[in-house]
Ligand binder design. Sequence first.
Ligand SMILES: Cc1cc2nc3c(=O)[nH]c(=O)nc-3n(C[C@H](O)[C@H](O)[C@H](O)COP(=O)(O)O)c2cc1C
Length: 217
Amino acid sequence: MSTISLSPDQFTRDELYFLLRDSIIPRPIAWVSSVDAKGIVNLAPFSFFNVCSANPPILGFCCGAKDEDSGTGAFSIKDTRANVETTKQFVVNIVPECLADEMVRTSDPIPANESEFAHAGLASAPSERVAPPRVVGAPVAYECELHSVTPLGANAWVMGRVVHVQIDERIYVGAKRGLNHRVDLLRHTELRPYARLGGAFYARLREIETMTRKDGG
Ligand SMILES: Cc1cc2nc3c(=O)[nH]c(=O)nc-3n(C[C@H](O)[C@H](O)[C@H](O)COP(=O)(O)O)c2cc1C
């Protein structure tokens, strides 16, 4: 089998972004709510996202630069990054299939003094331990205290430590095989996590298979 063999130096900044965005798929989506110093609420989706550690419970996402100038390299930071650096808190909401349209609408550029919740017609509910509210309808919402912001060029890898979790009772299983607080996000089709592919493509979880491991995991 022949391959196209390339060094990252042979890509422009945008070409590298498209390579990574279109090949590392499917990706989960962190729907991140945050507040600024005045308490104005912000909500935006981030699919460069994953679990960094289960113990301690750390989630991470990459917040890209805003308006980066390929000539001068000048850039500004997105509201989410500005908010988490200022208030040190955020909520990662898991995006259910039934709120896919609303999720995409929350990535529209709107003025920083307006809330994406109102813009997308979404309801919010207060969080337990942090100031940013959660998205009503998210199957799971992780309330996070900022762990660190690691600048990566114009981007930043943002990590937060989970300090509280809100779980929709419809996907809460409870005790199973000796462990408590188990969840099943596949149980209700409309609550299944929505996945990001490349371009304008997304995926809905449908063909689920079982693969057993020797250790039973
Ligand atoms: C499904 C989806 C995934 C996205 N993933 C990212 C991402 O991983 N990193 C990023 O910087 N922007 C991502 N964006 C774009 C941001 O959501 C968008 O720039 C948003 O306006 C940022 O909002 P803010 O300035 O209020 O923080 C994504 C957009 C969509 C629709």
